[in-house]
Design a protein around this ligand. Structure first.
Ligand SMILES: Nc1ncnc2c1ncn2[C@@H]1O[C@H](COP(=O)(O)OP(=O)(O)OP(=O)(O)O)[C@@H](O)[C@H]1O
Ligand SMILES: [Mg+2]
Length: 403
């Protein structure tokens, strides 16, 4: 890493936020700049108005730059939306070297073999995520380099997205005057910020409930085995409240945040909440139970979709660490309880951790994606260093023997 500064932007449906982090010599980072603006050009996780997104990025990044006292040129960003699809794939190669010792090149070849699947026209590869390797008959190997064998097999999790929608996002970044270091799906970023290595090892599902999308990812054996995007989010709850209680969106949002509860069975039948006077309409009392029932119906719809994916991916037996709920939508009161009652899987709320910050507001579930993008871009630079080190090692090894 050249300057020790990392920058990322979470381009969400309700907010666009930017974080700038300084990385110290121990490769630990602290957030030194943060900026946020109300998102105007994203619908259901994808760009619907490039100009608005460009403006949002400039606003958020400039605010973060001013706070950090640093100017940045490159950003790691996220992508979401239900155009994203994923699958698992395998590849096999014969180990090439004379002594049959597996090298970086063999690993690159086998990953290439695994990623060589037919990608439909108009779609682009976003991620090729390593799962594990098999060397001859030895299964579940994480790092095969240096091992000896004849046959090297790997399995990977492939994530693709619409080429056009990716291009729109890239254009928005370029138009705002920055380059992009990497584009990462929201669920992968989010999980980097609030899931522990132990949970990833044992098996866990992360569900990031945003404003207009719910991003899901499952880890098992320290690898991603399933990911998906559900095109419903917490703003659907707000809209339902506005319609059912006949109040404006702004009031419905306040009501959801301040008085909403996701598990209606826990709410007293007689409890009332006050809806403040709106325009010519006087203030009124509404049943808290009714509000809760409206909220519960929509959260259940999201959970039903989650359950669909759990069944589709046959994930239930592979998630002893349960479910981690994060994203702004996970701040809804009672959501943990409803999620547990509905799916009968242990649930916790995921907060981003593993760094220090000038701004304590960042340690909140809606910033899991932003923090994860920073952590992953740090990993990225570490990986580059690791690969260079490995090359250096092989070069030294070769020259030692040629001498
Ligand atoms: N305290 C709270 N209680 C309930 N809901 C909340 C609370 N705080 C935020 N939310 C909801 O969280 C949502 C915003 O979450 P988030 O910031 O993660 O979305 P986003 O990243 O902009 O959107 P997306 O990921 O869908 O593109 C909003 O719908 C908001 O109403
Ligand atoms: Mg989001």
């Amino acid at each position: 890493m050249k300057s020790g500064i990392l920058a990322a932007c979470d381009i969400g449906s309700s907010k666009v936020c930017c974080g700038i982090a300084r990385v110290d010599e121990n490769q630990e980072f602290s957030l030194i700049g943060f900026g946020q603006t109300v998102s105007k050009g994203i619908r259901k996780g994808v760009v619907s108005n490039i100009e608005a997104v460009t403006k949002n990025i400039i606003e958020a990044v400039t605010e973060a730059e001013v706070m950090a006292g640093e100017s940045i040129s490159s950003l790691t960003i996220n992508i979401s939306g239900d155009h994203i699809s994923s699958s698992n794939s395998t590849g096999v190669v014969a180990v090439s070297g004379k002594n049959k010792e597996i090298t970086v090149e063999d690993v690159k070849r086998v990953i290439n073999a695994a990623r060589t699947v037919v990608i439909p026209k108009g779609r682009e590869m976003i991620h090729v995520l390593e799962q594990h390797y098999t060397v001859d008959d030895q299964v579940d190997i994480k790092d095969p380099i240096g091992m000896t064998g004849v046959r090297l097999e790997t399995s990977v999790h492939l994530v693709t997205g619409s080429m056009m929608l990716l291009l729109n996002l890239k254009n928005a970044i370029l138009r705002s005057g920055y380059s992009f270091q990497d584009i990462i799906i929201s669920s992968l970023a989010s999980s980097a910020a609030c899931i522990s290595d132990d949970e990833k090892e044992l098996g866990v599902i992360l569900i990031d409930i945003g404003s207009e999308t719910t991003d899901l990812i499952c880890y098992y054996n320290n690898a991603v085995i399933y990911s998906s995007v559900i095109p419903i989010g917490s703003s659907n709850i707000t809209k339902d409240i506005a319609i059912m209680l006949k109040i404006p969106i702004k009031e419905a949002e306040n009501l959801k945040i301040n008085s909403g509860y996701a598990y209606s069975e826990d709410v007293d039948n007689d409890e009332k909440i006050e809806i403040p006077a709106i325009g010519a309409n006087p203030s009124k009392l509404e049943s808290k139970k009714f509000l809760s029932e409206v909220i519960e119906a929509r959260v259940k719809e999201i959970l039903e979709q989650v359950n669909f994916h759990i069944n589709k991916g046959d994930l239930r037996k592979r998630i002893p660490s349960g479910i981690v709920l994060t994203g702004g939508g996970s701040k809804l009161q009672g959501i943990e309880r409803l999620c547990y009652e509905y799916l009968k899987i242990p649930v916790r709320i995921g907060f981003p951790y593993g760094f220090s910050s000038v701004n304590n507001n960042i340690f909140s579930p809606e910033y899991s994606v932003l923090v994860g993008l920073l952590l992953l871009s740090l990993e990225d630079t570490k990986l580059e260093v690791k690969e260079k080190d490995k090359k250096g090692f092989f070069e030294k090894f070769k020259s030692f023997f040629s001498k």
